[in-house]
Design a protein around this ligand. Structure first.
Ligand code: PHB
Length: 385
């Protein structure tokens, strides 16, 4: 009798295993694979692939199938269509990705309707996650990484600042947050400018900044090409020689572009959640594995991709491979992850990331430029704008 029961149980277990082994866990990634933001998407995709390479492409007995869709830049309508296809045709269990805010914003109603857990791996405008109960974010928010630099600058004798931000969600969040905390701490904004997201020409703005003679320029520009273009103008128009420093969230001197910017980045002080120079065993291993696999330096977006996949795997394990949208979100709320950046947590109420924000300075070590962390703000939540 006992033996029969055991045999029946074993056969049932085998059948469940076999059934689920045939059905992969489908993860749809919407990324800006081509177009002007391709380098951002590449870092996120690399992070996803590295996580899968290091942790196996099977979790809770099911294979993980990654389906990548290209939104071709800041194209909310395309992102929305791709997510609709992923949920209706491919019947994905998770949606991940999104370097850019407009794309992430556009898909919120679709994932709400479909009840598909969706992990934002970069897009960093504060309001995004509040747009759907099926959204969670592992990256950062602009207010979260801007508040610390506003306070640091005011405390470190920077009193007159000119602000330059990209004219869309994250830029407006950065501008509002900087203004609020910097002026509250006694600082003065001597000028403000917003630059277009598409094809900005920084030259005239940089000249205006130089003429205003601030102590520093506060910058938020999306990581990648724009950061390089701005820093080129900063060098060519001699702002460093005029004593105008660079401060801001870390996007403008992120690891992927730092060496391309070159020595004009030296001395820039920024606050951000990740530096490839972060001094921990986990990060040293991460940087080594990433560099070996992709032959470039990882930046913060790669870590968003990597940690986002850690969330997917943790949910799959906890639910024994049976993914249900509502149950998945319950598992994600309050989840803690040991990230290459240090420990992070997904807030149980807001579904947004809570993390340490580091103060870093661009320095040269062994002939290479790095963001060297020298101070930190622990347990920073999105303060909103
Ligand atoms: C965004 O669109 O939310 C975004 C893009 C690039 C960044 C940060 C935020 O570096």
């Amino acid at each position: 009798m006992k033996l029969t029961r055991i045999v029946v149980a074993a056969v049932a277990a085998l059948l469940t295993c076999a059934a689920s082994a045939q059905e992969p866990i489908k993860v749809g990634a919407v990324l800006e694979v081509t177009g002007p933001f391709a380098s951002l998407a590449r870092q996120i995709e690399n992070g996803i692939r590295l996580y899968m390479a290091r942790n196996g492409d099977t979790v809770a007995g099911r294979k993980v199938e990654l389906i990548i869709k290209d939104s071709q830049g800041a194209q909310p309508d395309v992102a929305k269509r791709l997510v609709t296809e992923l949920v209706t045709r491919d019947k994905v269990d998770f949606i991940v990705g999104f370097a850019l805010t407009p794309n992430a914003m556009a898909v919120a109603p679709v994932v709400t309707e479909a009840k598909v857990p969706t992990i934002i791996m970069n897009a960093a405008t504060s309001a995004i996650v509040s747009k759907s109960p099926y959204l969670a974010r592992v990256s950062m928010t602009l207010p979260q990484v801007t508040m610390p630099i506003a306070q640091w600058a005011a405390k470190n004798d920077i009193k007159r600042v000119y602000s330059l931000v990209a004219d869309y969600g994250p830029g407006l969040d950065a501008e509002a947050t900087f203004k609020k905390y910097f002026t509250a701490a006694g600082g003065e904004l001597v000028g403000e400018v917003r630059t277009p997201l598409k094809n900005p020409d920084f030259g005239p703005f940089i000249q205006r900044i130089k003429d205003a003679k601030p102590q520093a320029v506060f910058i938020f520009l999306p990581a990648g090409e724009q950061a390089v273009a701005f820093m080129k103008g900063y060098r060519e128009r001699g702002l460093a020689e005029a004593g105008i420093r660079i401060i801001g969230p870390g996007d403008v001197v992120e690891d992927d572009v730092l060496e391309a910017i070159g020595d004009s980045a030296l001395g820039a002080v920024t606050t951000h959640q990740y530096s490839a120079a972060h001094d921990s065993k986990l990060n040293r291993e991460y940087v080594k594995a990433y560099t070996e696999m992709f032959k470039i330096r990882p930046n913060f977006m790669s870590v968003g991709g990597y940690d986002g996949m850690a969330v997917v795997y943790a949910v799959a394990k906890k639910l024994n491979g049976k993914i249900d949208g509502d149950k998945a979100m319950e598992v994600i709320k309050g989840m803690k992850i040991d990230s290459p950046r240090g420990p992070i947590q997904i807030d149980a109420v807001t579904r947004d990331v809570v993390q340490t924000v580091y103060v870093r300075k661009v320095e040269k070590k062994d002939g290479h430029l790095w963001n060297i962390e020298f101070d930190k703000f622990d347990n920073v939540r999105d303060p909103g704008t």
